[in-house]
Design a protein. Sequence first.
Length: 404
Amino acid sequence: MYRFMAELDTAARSPSRVGVPEILHPHHNTIQLGMVEPLSRSTLRFHCLRQSPQYLLTYPDYLLEPQSSQYHLITGPVPGPPDSSQYSSVSAPWFTNEPIPSIMMLADLRAPLASICVPQPVDHQQLQEGLIEFTSHITQPVVGNVGGDGEVVLGYLCEQGPVFPTQTSAQRNDVTLSQLPQHHQATCSPCEPRDMQPQAPPARTAGPLCELKSRKPCRCSRSQCLKLYCECFANGMMCSNCDCSNCHNNAEHEVKRHEAVQLCLGRNPAAFRSKMAGAMSQRSKGRRNKGCNCKRSGCLKNYCECYEANIMCSISCKCVGCRNYDGGSDVGLREKTNDVISIRPVSVITPAAVQAVCGCLLAKAEEAELELQCGAHAEHMVLEEFGQCVARIVNAMFKHGSTC
DNA sequence: GAGTTTGAAACT
DNA sequence: CAGTTTCAAACTC
């Protein structure tokens, strides 16, 4: 989110160069090219080129404020200058610090929407009465930050797919306004899809973003693509151009698909939330939702979810023989981007270091036991050993210029 | 491309 | 919750 916000902020200050979000349709895999037009220092207007003007989304001031909510319900109509009387936007803290699973169906959105301030004439009671009320009244796009990394979801209820994940700045190449067709710069009139192709295709980068992963066709054969084994399903996407067999992860099997979603959510409410989302949304804390459990790969192969996501293992991991940490191995470690480096949870206090410290403490305790030391003295020996370990860790921190 | 390895998900 | 099985991706040859 912060990265996206930073980009918006930059765009506002430098109108000649803005990021161009791409909207990927989860069902059809079509790509729409949008355009961000900086209207002022703090307000941007989204042009969804394929859509009619009434779908314009406005990002007002609060979206650029770090302390504001990640989730917003944009109300309209929005066309026209960014006059404050022409749009109203309601901050919607649906799930604090949690991404919106892109597999969420409209019904799933009902509860969170009912908990937020809903613009007139819709009231909470109507929303709580059911999906029909929900769909019949909420006709504005729902905007949310997915993964905490600027991956924006646009949920529009009249579309076949409720969720439109956009790419983050990390997954797309910036395109300057000058590179766009002139009519795109001037208006937001509907355009043909061929006009929406980006100048340069986005490079695939490792990360938790489902829309990118979903581009890779799955090859499921037994799961009907309705279990989390299927990456498309796990990423909240329907299969499209996949090599799977007996696939039920499509619109034709919507009922069964929805049942599978509910089953997974019942088993694990966070099943469709990116495992690495926490690392992105809480990069300052360097945590993620769930760690890996690798045993044989050393967390240096793509078998490891952390390694695949281009992040280092953390205290959340239960891996054995982990080498996916700063200094764990020069071989096999990927070149880290600055962003990734910045989210390293703890540069020195790695799982291996913790393991080593525990080993030292156990050894010292055994030594005290063998020497038949009294309890107090044994405790003193262990604590002294712990102090030495901490000192070594601190030395390592300063030596490597790390922080924890 | 077939077979093997790996680890997450699902199951018991 | 731990152990086992299933599954599909990653990897090797």
